[in-house]
Ligand binder design. Structure first.
Ligand code: ATP
Ligand code: MG
Length: 389
């Protein structure tokens, strides 16, 4: 871990302008009650396995997105035996700091508040705080299923576009209804009459989703290519390609996609009735990664796949910054041990001095990879204590 901090610029206090000053958890995962004050630079959380490191970062994510990136239901976040959780983050912004609060009770009530008084929508939280989470699971972006990649895209785009969230929810609803009808449809059913209204919904929202995914992947593609060259120090070209279920023509707009989508559904109608499911649309999209034109999931080495993931995540950071005009807070969950020395060095050099970073590790020697003025904490059984440096 020969990282020479002294040769890099020293992080300015208040780096990134937007940073989390403190977080307060109540009955969140394995935390009964915890309050942590953070540094605007690097914060390292050390602890053995299963002590609450990931849970703490997940709480920050919840404060920025209103939901978890990993829990299927909010109820999973409530500490076992308790009935509700609350996460409150104090966020330093210019001109004034704000408090963001997300609370949820098992009775199903969810409360999202600004400054302890004003109720806001979960989608509005990203106007005050954006985070980018790095986890070892990110490798699934290259090696996992198309659903993993769609999830990544959806989470990322939702963060910068509340409309997109709405389109996704409306699309899912239409898809569910349409699939139920396709399953029930018999030859005696007047199929077209019942399906047509759902087709229109599917096409309306599906085409908007596809157009936005295409635009975002274009930008991510450019950012990812640059980052990849920088972190690998090679001339290899990374291409990030959108493989939509409804083919796009060059510069496809939502209206053109809608037309192509309608035609595809007409062609597929018979097959859909036989299979009892919707066979085209954004729920069947994928993204592929190529290095110099060769598919990285099938042929890439482990090292190339890891570099792609890191490039993609760093591209995500740049993307959020460009869209929101603010630096996101970086949550690096257990990723340092996953990376070799060179990639670790690249990641840290991109982060330090530019972003607030919350880094977790179960390896005490990680301290040596951190800049000397980073703040250090120990986490044990859902309790966080600061360690004097
Ligand atoms: P690792 O180093 O293995 O990644 P970690 O410190 O990141 O460990 P966490 O994922 O934060 O560990 O989980 C800590 C503990 O929280 C786990 O033992 C898990 O069983 C527990 N836990 C998860 N959800 C809840 C919940 N709703 N209520 C109580 N405990 C929970
Ligand atoms: Mg963990």
């Amino acid at each position: 871990m020969a990282v020479k901090w002294w040769s890099w610029s020293v992080p300015s206090r208040g780096v990134g302008i937007v940073w989390i000053k403190s977080v307060h958890l109540t009955s969140f995962r394995n935390y009964r009650e915890a309050e942590v004050s953070l540094d605007p630079g690097v914060n390292l959380f050390l602890g053995r396995n299963a002590q609450g490191k990931t849970n703490l970062l997940e709480a920050m994510y919840v404060a920025s997105a209103g939901r978890s990136y990993r829990a299927a239901r909010d109820a999973e976040l409530v500490r076992w035996g308790d009935t509700c959780f609350r996460v409150a983050c104090s966020v330093q912004r210019k001109p004034a700091s704000v408090t963001l609060e997300v609370a949820y009770s098992l009775a199903g009530q969810k409360l999202v508040r600004l400054n302890a008084s004003e109720r806001i929508r979960a989608a509005d939280l990203s106007s005050y705080l954006n985070v980018v989470m790095f986890t070892p699971d990110d490798l699934a972006l290259v090696k996992g299923s198309p659903a993993d990649r769609r999830r990544f895209l959806d989470l990322e785009i939702s963060q910068v576009s509340p409309n997109y969230r709405h389109w996704l929810a409306s699309y899912s609803k239409a898809l569910l209804q349409r699939n139920a009808l396709l399953k029930r449809a018999t030859s005696s059913t007047r199929t077209a009459d019942v399906l047509d209204p759902w087709d229109e919904q599917l096409v309306e929202f599906g085409s908007k989703i596809a157009a936005r995914r295409a635009a975002v992947l274009d930008t991510l593609g450019v950012l990812g290519r640059i980052t990849h060259r920088r972190i690998t120090g090679t001339q290899e070209t990374l291409s990030i390609r959108y493989s939509p279920s409804v083919p796009l023509t060059e510069g496809s707009k939502a209206e053109q996609i809608a037309q192509a989508f309608r035609e595809k559904l007409e062609k597929l109608r018979r097959a859909e009735l036989i299979r009892g499911m919707t066979l085209a649309g954004p729920h069947r999209d994928d993204v592929s990664f190529e290095i110099d034109g060769v598919d990285a999931a099938a042929y890439g080495s482990q090292g190339q796949q890891r570099s792609i993931v890191l490039s993609l995540k760093l591209a995500e950071v740049e993307f959020i910054k460009s869209q929101m005009g603010e630096h996101p807070v970086l949550l690096l969950d257990d990723v340092l041990s996953e990376l070799d020395e060179s990639r670790r060095g690249h990641l840290l050099s991109e982060v330090v001095g530019r972003y607030q970073a919350l880094v977790t590790s179960s390896e005490p020697e990680s301290v040596r990879a951190m800049p000397p003025d980073s703040r250090r904490f120990n986490i044990a059984s859902g309790s966080v204590t600061e360690v004097a440096s």
